[in-house]
Structures are given as structure tokens and as C-alpha cells.
Design a protein. Structure first.
Length: 190
């Protein structure tokens, strides 16, 4: 075959390859952490707590942030030469208080409700009017663990850890709590 008869086969092969790639991407994309973060963004925009908790392990995130905050507070108390027993006890109490407060604040932020109380999250998260700017900056994954940088508004970046379990990715931890805490303190300083 030469000339005009050869072209239809080339076009058909190109279309078949394009379809195969398209179907492959369609099947692959929902199994990525990028898809999970896209779903989290949609849940925040639509104030859908149920959809949010499907993609975010809220208990794990809140527990880890509370433990990180307690460690930050313990370090501050140790610098002030408080006794180790007192420091450890106060650190545990702070973790309990922060855990309860963070869970309520996170739910209020996602759903767009407001309890009127000011806490750690309200000092770092932009108000969620459904138009909050959530932008994926970077994401990398290997095996069952992923790390993502997500911009929230104009000046807050979350570094998130995602974990794949039973074939689904979920946000499991915020990795830059200390940075967020320092930013929060800087905003509160006169």
C-alpha cells in the first residue's frame, strides 16, 4: 500500500493509541493522591463534612497536630526552667485540650459554620466561604505514602502526608505544624 491508502491506517492507529492512553489515565487517576486532594478541595468548597472525612483521617490529623503542639509547648516550658514533671503534665493537658478544640474548629471551617471561638486553626486558615483558594503545589508518592504541599489562601502552605490503605488514599498528617504555629504567633504579635 502506498499513498492515500496508507493514511487511514495511520489515523486509525493514532486514534486507538489515544483512546488506550485516555482509558488508562481515566482508570489510573482516581487511584492517585492527586485525585484525593482534588476531592478534599471539592468537599471544602461545598462545605461537605461527610465527603471531607472520607478523604481525610480527621482523628489522625487532629491527634498528630495536638501532639506536635504539646511538644512545642513543652519545649517552651522547658526553656523557662519549669520542672520536668510539671512540663510533662501540662503538655499532656495541652494535647487533650488542643485535640478537642482542633476537631471542632476543623469541622466548623469545612462546613462554613462559626462557633465564634478563636483558636489555632482560625489563626492560620483563611475564612471558608466556599471560594477558599486551595491549590496543589507539589505531590510525590512512593508505595503507600505520599507527601503534598497545598497552598491555602495567599500565605499558608500545608505539608501533608497521605497514606494509602485498602486501595484508597487519605490525608493522615500535617507535617509542618511548627512552621504554622510560628506563623500564627507572628500574626498575633503587635
Amino acid at each position: 500500500m502506498t499513498g492515500p491508502m496508507k493514511r487511514p491506517w495511520v489515523v486509525l492507529v493514532a486514534i486507538a493509541i489515544g483512546l488506550a492512553v485516555g482509558v488508562g489515565l481515566y482508570l489510573w487517576y482516581p487511584a492517585t493522591p492527586i485525585y484525593t486532594l482534588t476531592q478534599v478541595r471539592q468537599a471544602v468548597r461545598t462545605h461537605d463534612w461527610q465527603a471531607f472525612t472520607t478523604r481525610v483521617d480527621v482523628d489522625s490529623v487532629v491527634d498528630n497536630v495536638a501532639l506536635d503542639m504539646a511538644a512545642i509547648m513543652r519545649e517552651a516550658m522547658e526553656r523557662k526552667d519549669l520542672s520536668k514533671v510539671l512540663t510533662k503534665s501540662l503538655g499532656a493537658l495541652i494535647a487533650i485540650k488542643v485535640r478537642t478544640s482542633l476537631h471542632r474548629e476543623l469541622k466548623d471551617w469545612v462546613t462554613g459554620e462559626s462557633s465564634g471561638r478563636k483558636g489555632f486553626l482560625s489563626s492560620i486558615l483563611p475564612k471558608n466561604t466556599g471560594e477558599v483558594a486551595l491549590h496543589l503545589k507539589t505531590v510525590s508518592w512512593w508505595g503507600a505514602t505520599a507527601r503534598a504541599r497545598v497552598a491555602l489562601g495567599a500565605d499558608t502552605t500545608l505539608v501533608l502526608e497521605l497514606v494509602k490503605k485498602d486501595g484508597a488514599w487519605r490525608v493522615a498528617r500535617v507535617l509542618n505544624v511548627r512552621e504554622l504555629y510560628e506563623k500564627s504567633r507572628a500574626r498575633q504579635s503587635p
